[in-house]
Design a protein around this ligand. Structure first.
Ligand code: NAP
Ligand code: ZN
Length: 350
């Protein structure tokens, strides 16, 4: 059984997104049905729409930064009631039995977690569709609780941009005294600055955009390095404990590896599609440096991050748009003109 709903979809990689009628499954016993109020626009949506990673299945309804209200619950749901404000991020299911799942790291499920969109439902094989839509149905284990202290629109991007940078900062125990460098000031980067500063780190932004220097300081960065300036890059050498690279496009890594101090770690979260990067391995070997990666975060860690944000009053800097503006928003993202996350007001979808 299914229920009709409405969304916005890409039909292929070349044409703009447009209205799309599709169906959501009826409730299984452990399912929560959510009326979507807000959905953030992640650079990954753009990568998927353009088939940058070669795995896009069309029609594609993107969106994995979802906030809404519970509209109905299945007979076995015990964590939520109708009317609760809730959130859904990048995952809607996983095997729940493997070692990463049992350790609360469903994003690293050995049987591959089910992505919120561009994936297949584990039970009936139907395509998963994301948050650029009126409604979603998700098993309760993958639904997050949202504090009423958080503005729901400004909190929506926490569900991907937020957790993707919170998780490596948490894993690497960022605290007072950590010298943290954030590479790229976009959706992920602006949250890495806010979280790093809230955790007590000394935060430096590496940016390609001179216009963002003052903005970065307003967001909590203590220093800014213009990455196109060779002298500034030289001055930053050998200084950082941790670098978080959020850049979505291929770029050189060696000059950033030079900025790590002994035992430093550079965590890649942005350049997912970058193949065979030229890396000077001597830079790692000479000072026991590490180059690593990180993907979103598990469900319990995402809840921990949302609660941390509610306690500290942290949300995202967002620009609200109507769903009809999504194609222009994508164009602006490609021109690097985002401050710092578009969020779709889903009431505009009629
Ligand atoms: P975004 O908002 O578009 O920001 C990207 C930033 O990267 C830009 O603001 C820009 O900052 C910098 N940049 C440097 N060179 C660039 C170039 N050639 N083109 C565009 N930007 C450039 O993107 P986002 O939403 O933060 O996502 C960043 C990347 O993370 C994407 O590739 C996305 O797919 C990926 N991602 C990964 C995960 C994960 O789990 N690992 C989760 C979510 C997203 P400056 O102006 O400061 O240089
Ligand atoms: Zn995302």
């Amino acid at each position: 059984m299914v229920t009709p709903t409405l969304g916005y979809a890409a039909r292929d990689e070349a044409n703009p997104l447009s209205r799309f009628d599709f169906e959501r499954r009826d409730l299984r016993p452990a399912d929560v049905q959510i009326d979507i109020h807000y959905c953030g626009v992640c650079h990954s949506d753009l990568h998927q729409v353009h088939n940058d990673w070669g795995n896009t299945v069309y029609p594609l309804v993107p969106g994995h930064e979802i906030v809404g209200r519970v509209a109905a619950i299945g007979s076995e749901v015990d964590k939520f009631t109708v009317g609760d404000v809730v959130a859904v991020g990048c995952l809607v299911d996983s095997c729940q039995r493997c070692e990463p799942c049992e350790g609360g790291e469903e994003q690293y499920c050995l049987k591959a977690a089910t992505q919120t969109y561009n994936d297949k439902d584990r039970i009936d094989g139907s395509p998963t569709h994301g948050g650029y839509s009126k409604r979603i149905v998700v098993r309760q284990e993958f639904v997050l609780r949202m504090s009423d202290k958080l503005d729901p629109a400004a909190a929506a991007p926490l569900l991907c941009a937020g957790i993707t940078v919170y998780s490596p900062l948490n894993y690497h125990r960022v605290s007072s005294g950590t010298r943290l460098g954030v590479i790229g000031l976009g959706g992920l980067g602006h949250m890495a600055i806010k979280f790093g500063a809230a955790m007590g780190a000394e935060v430096t932004l590496f940016t390609t955009s001179p216009s963002k220097i003052e903005e970065a300081k307003r967001l909590g960065a203590h220093k800014v390095v213009l990455s196109s300036d060779r002298e500034q890059m030289k001055t930053a050498r050998g200084y950082f404990d941790l670098l978080i690279d959020t850049v979505p496009k291929p770029h050189s890594m060696n000059e950033y590896l030079m900025c790590l101090r002994r035992n430093g770690n550079m965590v890649l979260v942005g350049p997912i599609g970058m193949m065979d990067p030229p890396i000077h391995l001597g830079l790692l070997i000479s000072a026991r440096k590490a180059l690593s990666g990180s993907a979103i975060g598990g469900i319990s860690e995402t809840q921990q991050m949302l609660d941390f944000c509610a306690d500290r009053g942290i949300t995202c800097d967002v620009e609200m748009i109507n769903i009809q503006d999504i194609n222009q928003a994508y164009e602006r993202m490609q021109r690097n003109d985002v401050h710092y996350r578009f969020v779709i007001d889903m009431a505009s979808l009629k």
